[in-house]
Design a protein around this ligand. Structure first.
Ligand code: DAH
Length: 315
């Protein structure tokens, strides 16, 4: 029996022998049951044999389990001499890259960066921007209103109001941030990003505006002789208001930004005397500028966080 146990190599066989020995009808079970009929010496001998056998079963079980474990580990053996797979390196999100390029250019022109809250009050998002309650521009923008009357900022123009309220003129700033509107298709996302420029000083004119915009677009897109088209437009917070188009590859005109001379009511609302100071403002979609530069056609991809797309787009 002792040799038999030592020669078993699988847990199943060991279990079978154990049952045949110690199970209900097992050989040892029967002998132990009859122990009361044995004399003292025979009883002691049986006890010793019983203890030895149990010990043997236990030892063999541990040995087999260990062998199974070792065989498993052997199969999974790691080859420490192999070169590791190259790591996937993260990069900055294309919008972040685009923002650093845009802000570096605007800062080099003397504009300073500002931010503001994404949940805006009516004053900063509309009223101070010469867009009173009854104004149709409020519908135009399909805003997300909150129950308390606040709104998810529909335009970074709100940041120019905050800048004029907190700083004294002259001011040369740009506001950056997320903006929200109820729209969704390949070129519109309910959350998108805008950049707003504002320059208030004495004797600022429309030609200063166009010169800065031209220099900015030329630097951002890396085109020396950039062609712009200026169209009259309407925004409540500027007068006159214009829209600026850019001549793109293939001679196509692309609408790039809205702009204009800051409306005297807006200046007054922020405590600036319009008889002394004038200024211009411009606003554009920063996502759109990034899409044009990097040749992307669906704004929603910016927000999907799909690494395959980012890799394919070369970021
Ligand atoms: N806030 C405008 C929009 O969201 C963009 C804009 C137009 C900003 C003209 C300006 C501006 O500062 O002068 O559509």
């Amino acid at each position: 029996m002792h040799e038999q146990i030592k020669n078993i190599n699988t847990l199943e066989e060991l279990q079978a022998l154990y049952t045949a020995t110690y199970g209900k009808n097992g050989t040892m079970t029967a002998r132990l049951r009859d122990m009361k009929n044995l004399d003292n010496d025979a009883r002691a001998a049986l006890n010793t044999e019983n203890a030895t056998l149990r010990e043997l079963f236990k030892t063999r079980q541990a040995e087999i389990e260990n062998a199974v474990l070792m065989a498993g580990l052997q199969k999974q053996k790691l080859d420490m001499s192999l070169n590791p797979e190259p790591e996937n390196r993260g990069t900055l999100h294309p919008l972040t890259q685009s923002l650093s390029e845009i802000s570096a250019i605007l800062e080099s022109f003397g504009y300073t960066m500002h931010t503001g809250p994404e949940i805006e009050d009516d004053w900063h998002n509309f009223t101070a921007l010469n867009t009173p309650l009854h104004h149709p521009a409020r519908d135009m923008q399909d805003s997300f209103f909150l129950e308390n009357g606040n709104v998810l900022r529909t335009q970074t123009s709100a940041i120019q109001i905050r800048a004029m309220e907190s700083e004294s003129v002259p001011i040369k700033m740009f506001g950056i941030g997320s903006t929200y509107r109820k729209e969704m298709d390949a070129t519109h996302s309910p959350m998108f990003h805008q950049i707003e420029g504002l320059y208030i000083d004495k004797n600022i004119t429309m030609s200063d505006l166009i010169a800065d915009v031209r220099a900015f677009l030329s630097r951002y897109f890396g085109i020396d002789n950039i062609e712009l088209r200026i169209r009259p437009s309407y925004f409540p917070f500027t007068d006159p208001s214009i829209e600026i188009d850019l001549k793109w590859q293939g001679g196509k005109w692309l609408e790039i930004m809205g702009a204009g001379m800051v409306h005297p009511n807006v200046l007054r609302n922020c405590g600036v005397n319009p008889d002394e100071y004038q200024g211009f403002a411009f606003g554009f979609g920063w996502d759109r500028l990034a899409m044009l530069k990097y040749g992307l056609n669906d704004i929603r991809q910016f927000y999907d966080s799909d690494v395959r797309w980012l890799n394919k787009a070369g970021f």
